[in-house]
Design a binder for this molecule. Structure first.
Ligand SMILES: [Zn+2]
Length: 185
């Protein structure tokens, strides 16, 4: 917890912000000129082939996996992605839907335990028009929330120390992740 508290203190040096920023995220740097990746250059297709540390992956299931958002809205911001390169939630198989749900539940429990968060925003942006940074590959956001966090989202996203912090957060969450996350895994 000491490390997490330090994160909050660092991040808290911010300016007040509007909650709408939650769902109008900074566009990921590898999505340029509204280009949407196909399978060959999709970061969510490429991540599972890399090491957990490298790709910021915290857990791997059978049909879906969980990684930290490289551009988090808040500390511990996770994404649950199917391995398949599908765009829409209604393209997911029943198995993928079940496992995305089970991984989301586990991520919430782990985030409460590791980060001590008090609430969550959960959601999927479907399509660029709805704010999806990488609309081509389905991903569910899990954004931990604290009572006083609205003030420091923009600073978290801009701080130069972020990659190091993300590595620390990833290690903490991965270490607390249960070996068997549920019946869907
Ligand atoms: Zn993909």
């Amino acid at each position: 917890m000491d490390r997490v508290e330090t994160l909050s203190e660092t991040a808290a040096v911010g300016t007040p912000d509007d909650m709408q920023r939650l769902w109008v995220p900074h566009r990921m740097v590898y999505v340029q000129d509204h280009h949407q990746p196909d399978r060959s250059d999709c970061p969510f297709c490429a991540a599972p082939a890399r090491s957990d540390e490298d790709a910021l992956i915290v857990a791997r299931g059978e049909t879906a996996y969980v990684l930290l958002n490289l551009f988090p809205y808040n500390t511990g911001h996770m994404l649950v992605c199917p391995y398949r390169h599908i765009s829409q939630y209604d393209e997911a198989t029943p198995e993928e839907v079940a496992e995305i749900g089970a991984l989301t539940q586990t991520a919430m429990r782990v985030a409460r335990e590791v980060l001590g968060c008090e609430g969550f925003n959960l959601g999927m942006n479907q399509g660029q028009i709805a704010g999806a940074g990488i609309a081509a590959h389905l991903h569910q956001h899990i954004v931990p929330r604290w009572a006083s966090d609205a003030n420091f989202f923009p600073i978290i996203a801009k701080t130069k120390a972020l990659p190091q912090l993300l590595g620390d957060v990833r290690a903490s969450i991965a270490a607390a992740w249960p070996v068997d996350p549920g019946p869907a895994a």
